[in-house]
Design a protein around this ligand. Structure first.
Ligand code: COA
Length: 259
């Protein structure tokens, strides 16, 4: 159904794979369009509660925006290019369902930016991260200058963006860019076990928690706390909240309905 993506479903988990392994899963306009299409559908799909995003092959999650289109970029086209990618990545960041990036190799430039738009990142031990745009005489354009400092702090982000250097999975772990590093052959099992853990939680609570963190990062502490209180209040309007408390008191596992 897609030219550049594979979509699989395992119960309530959807697995999206970027499928251009011969080009290290570089993001051309077709990939960006198809990511927008698939994530728009997954957002609305009532049967999908968690998404895993990864790359086909053993070498790359994604080696970034497809450089072959770069020579034709003029300022107007480049701005459109940037805005389009940013829109798609923001859709992923605010999907309302957890998106786990299973980073299986290179995550450079747009590939790193795509992983950063995901809710949680885990990596294989051969994964490599970086924002190498300055080597091409440009700056990151799919959110890297904004999300990297929010995730790893301004100092480390500026060092990585200005040097364009590539870091390995261990260093990515040590600066908090990824939450866990596992051998490549265990990566998908690890991603699925994390997804299954998330499936045991209240889906509305997960959605509201993602919203509280994402919106809260953009405002003052005072405003962020207000957002938290509002969404906390909303979470207490759900059947899941009643079920969660009842199950605890009755010493049994909760059965969340997502409402
Ligand atoms: N855009 C377009 N094509 C890309 C690409 C990208 N970002 N990254 C890799 N490819 C293509 C290569 O051109 C090559 O295609 P070919 O076989 O038709 O020549 C193929 O993918 C394999 O890549 P190759 O460079 O041969 O692999 P490698 O193992 O020697 O090097 C990298 C791997 C990741 C170090 C190298 O591909 C690279 O530096 N890629 C660009 C990374 C980048 O700057 N991304 C940010 C863009 S803003």
């Amino acid at each position: 159904m897609y030219e550049t993506l594979l979509l699989e479903k395992e119960g309530r988990i959807a697995i999206v794979k970027i499928n251009r392994p011969d080009k290290l899963n570089a993001l051309n306009s077709k990939v960006i369009d198809e990511l927008e299409d698939v994530f728009t559908r997954l957002k609305e799909d009532p049967e999908v509660f968690v998404v895993i995003l990864t790359g086909v092959g053993e070498k790359a999650f994604s080696a970034g925006a497809d450089i072959s289109g770069f020579p034709e970029l003029d300022p107007i086209k480049a701005k459109e290019f940037s805005l389009k990618g940013q829109r798609v990545f923001s859709l992923i960041e605010n999907l309302g369902k957890p998106v786990i990036a299973a980073v299986n190799g290179y995550a450079l430039g747009g590939g790193c930016e795509l992983a950063m738009a995901c809710t949680i990142r885990i990596a294989s031990n051969n994964a490599k991260f970086g924002q190498p745009e300055v080597n091409l005489g440009i700056i990151p354009g799919y959110g890297g200058t904004q999300r990297l400092p929010r995730i790893v702090g301004k100092g480390r982000a500026l060092e990585l963006i200005l040097t364009g250097r590539t870091i390995d999975a261990q260093e990515a772990y040590s600066i908090g860019l990824v939450s866990k590093v596992v051998p490549l052959e265990q990566l998908m099992d690890e991603a699925k076990s994390l997804a299954n853990l998330l499936l045991t939680k209240g889906p509305v609570a997960l959605r509201l928690a993602i919203e509280a963190v994402n919106r809260g990062m953009e405002v003052s502490l005072e405003e962020g706390l207000r957002i938290e209180a509002d969404l906390f209040g909303l979470s207490c309007a759900t059947e899941d909240q009643k079920e969660g408390a009842r199950a605890f008191l009755e010493k049994r596992k909760p059965e969340f309905k997502g409402r």
